[in-house]
Design a protein around this ligand. Structure first.
Ligand SMILES: *[C@@H]1O[C@H](CO)[C@@H](O)[C@H](O)[C@H]1NC(C)=O
Ligand SMILES: *[C@@H]1O[C@H](CO)[C@@H](O)[C@H](O)[C@H]1NC(C)=O
Ligand SMILES: *[C@@H]1O[C@H](CO)[C@@H](O)[C@H](O)[C@H]1NC(C)=O
Ligand SMILES: *[C@@H]1O[C@H](CO)[C@@H](O)[C@H](O)[C@H]1NC(C)=O
Ligand SMILES: *[C@@H]1O[C@H](CO)[C@@H](O)[C@H](O)[C@H]1NC(C)=O
Ligand SMILES: *[C@@H]1O[C@H](CO)[C@@H](O)[C@H](O)[C@H]1NC(C)=O
Ligand SMILES: *[C@@H]1O[C@H](CO)[C@@H](O)[C@H](O)[C@H]1NC(C)=O
Length: 510
């Protein structure tokens, strides 16, 4: 009788122990994960391997040591030089011969990302990038189905503008961008603005190519006369030249509103600085009092300091040559850190639901429509796998000293503005305006005396952009004008159809 009781108790203990066992193992999952990191080696890119690797390693360590449930994940990181073009696709294919990776981090450049994301989506491998910001990547239905963008895309940035247009009741925009025909950051930046604004407002855009053609400010001024809000994306010197020309024509009198986009300290964007130490400084300072800058809203929290210090320390230890500002923690560095966290969250959830690391699509969906704590603050992903963005608008608040301050912030997650005390509504109100009737506007493109003036539809699909880039790369042209309004909705439908066709034809030609 006593023995039976003892056995009973023993049995019970064993039963409880066994019952607990699966619970324990499912909490900490042991898993080896092959990660292919595809970034350029060249340190002139803000997201070069040398700059980003310490951040990814930091995330890996943090998951390992502090993470509890994630400490069983062994990330085998492999870094490949993606350059900024097709090399990325070739290294993905080469590296995947024996064994396909479970996760791809990067590429950032649009033209490197496009083929890699297509291939990875086809292979059911999740891709997380801090780049691939062009609007074409928003289409996750087909070829970019496995892409998660952990930095706010250009379309998210453009929401800042559409919110301002609504708020201040502006009606039309002139978009001016410097198209370098290589990485085309400004082209893709304003493509996002164009796509967002054209839904409701009149937009006209001008492409310039200052590298080949220089700048002819007079041509541009003619278009400014006929618009309300001017949005520019160009290098600092070009923006300054345009603003100087604008100021000399007295267009900074409040009847026009000017914006400059400066997203991540890249040289393709102006930095809002008017000062050059030349004789135009004083004039430029006055001109810039009418110029507002849209930039990323950066937040930091206490954990960020440690992260920042550690990343800086490992970069200094590596002693990189030709890398002056390499220890500057930018959006890309931060984003790739958060990318690994997000993947770990999603993978853990997937495994607990009986899936494996090979269920790429399932893991991808688990990264979408969720909010988590990133290294610099909260990261919110929309249900399409794109991060909501927060942006700041800066204006000159001291016209004597010519200094800038953030005057308002835009929060993408709740689509709201936050006006700071220094916000001056005067600067955002159109004064004494003549209403423009664009329907009466003659098409001036013939009068510009340009050898090849061609209308480019800023494509909603990257494929078109690729095609255009290829087609025009050797052509000598200066200004490209596309004018479209909501009234022409039926035409847009047609264009969209055409774009899809051209994407297909690039495929069949390849
Ligand atoms: C890195 O890129 C810069 C700018 O594109 C270029 O001037 C430089 O030669 C490149 N360096 C290497 C090692 O390829
Ligand atoms: C740009 O660089 C400057 C100086 O290096 C730095 O103070 C600023 O925070 C940077 N801005 C962004 C958005 O990274
Ligand atoms: C802004 O860019 C110009 C030209 O590239 C440069 O001379 C200036 O030092 C930059 N200013 C800042 C604050 O980075
Ligand atoms: C960052 O945190 C880690 C672990 O908490 C610590 O070992 C390290 O010394 C910290 N680094 C700095 C620079 O404070
Ligand atoms: C996003 O998540 C919320 C709950 O967190 C859910 O109610 C909503 O349906 C999800 N949206 C989509 C499009 O999946
Ligand atoms: C929107 O979100 C931001 C940041 O999360 C917050 O500070 C702000 O108060 C929110 N605004 C509204 C109107 O909910
Ligand atoms: C500003 O200048 C433009 C062009 O000269 C003119 O049409 C407009 O009426 C002026 N606005 C004000 C408020 O003086």
């Amino acid at each position: 009788m006593r023995y039976t009781l003892l056995y009973c108790i023993l049995y019970l203990c064993l039963y409880i122990w066994l019952g607990l066992l699966p619970g324990r193992t499912s909490a900490t999952v042991i898993e080896d994960i092959e990660v292919l990191v595809m970034l350029p080696k060249n340190n002139s890119y803000m997201f070069s391997i040398a700059r980003v690797a310490p951040a990814i390693e930091y995330a890996k360590q943090r998951l390992k040591i502090g993470g509890g449930v994630y400490s069983g994940f062994n990330f085998n990181l492999r870094y490949e030089d993606s350059n900024c073009g097709n090399d990325a696709l070739f290294s993905l294919v080469d590296r995947s011969c024996e064994k396909k990776p479970d996760l791809v981090l990067g590429p950032v450049c649009e033209y490197a990302a496009a083929p890699v994301v297509r291939m990875a989506s086809h292979w059911n491998i999740p891709v997380i990038s801090t780049g691939a910001l062009a609007s074409g990547f928003s289409d996750k239905e087909k070829e970019y189905s496995h892409l998660t963008r952990i930095s706010p895309s250009y379309l998210k940035m453009a929401e800042t503008f559409s919110a301002m247009f609504r708020h201040f009741n502006w009606k039309d925009a002139l978009l001016i961008f410097d198209d370098d025909k290589e990485e085309r950051n400004c082209y893709f930046t304003l493509e996002g603005v164009h796509l967002k604004l054209m839904e409701e407002y009149q937009t006209v855009h001008i492409a310039i190519n200052t590298k080949e053609e220089g700048l002819n400010a007079d041509d541009i001024i003619n278009y400014i006369y006929e618009s309300e809000v001017v949005i520019m994306c160009a290098g600092a010197d070009i923006v300054r030249d345009i603003m100087l020309a604008v100021h000399r024509r007295r267009l900074t009198n409040g009847s026009y509103i000017f914006f400059n986009i400066e997203l991540f300290n890249s040289s393709s964007y102006g930095n809002g600085s008017w000062k050059r130490g030349d004789r135009y400084d004083s004039e430029a300072r006055q001109a810039y009092s009418a110029l507002n800058t849209v930039t990323l809203l950066r937040t930091v929290k206490p954990e960020f300091d440690n992260f920042s210090l550690e990343v800086k320390r490992s970069i200094q230890k590596a002693g990189l040559p030709d890398c002056d500002d390499c220890d500057n923690i930018n959006m890309f560095v931060e984003g790739f850190h958060d990318a690994l966290l997000l993947y770990a969250l999603a993978l853990h959830e997937a495994i607990r639901n009986g899936l494996t690391k090979k269920d790429g699509a399932e893991i991808t969906y688990r990264m979408w429509n969720r909010t988590f704590e990133g290294i610099a603050g909260q990261v919110s992903m929309d249900f399409n796998g794109d991060r909501y963005g927060d942006f700041s608008v800066m204006s000159m608040t001291n016209t004597e000293a010519g200094t800038y301050e953030t005057v308002c912030n835009y929060f993408g997650v709740n689509e709201s503005f936050q006006m700071l005390p220094v916000f001056n509504p005067e600067l955002f109100t159109l004064k004494g305006r003549h209403r423009v009737h664009h329907t009466d506007l003659p098409d001036k493109s013939c009068g510009l005396g340009v050898s090849a003036v061609t209308g480019i539809i800023v494509g909603a699909l990257l494929g078109t952009a690729l095609l255009i880039a290829f087609y025009f790369i050797r052509k000598n042209y200066t200004i490209t004008i596309e004018r479209r309004s909501a009234r022409e909705e039926h035409d847009i439908g047609k264009h969209r159809q055409l774009r899809e066709d051209s994407v297909r034809s690039t495929f069949s030609a390849a």
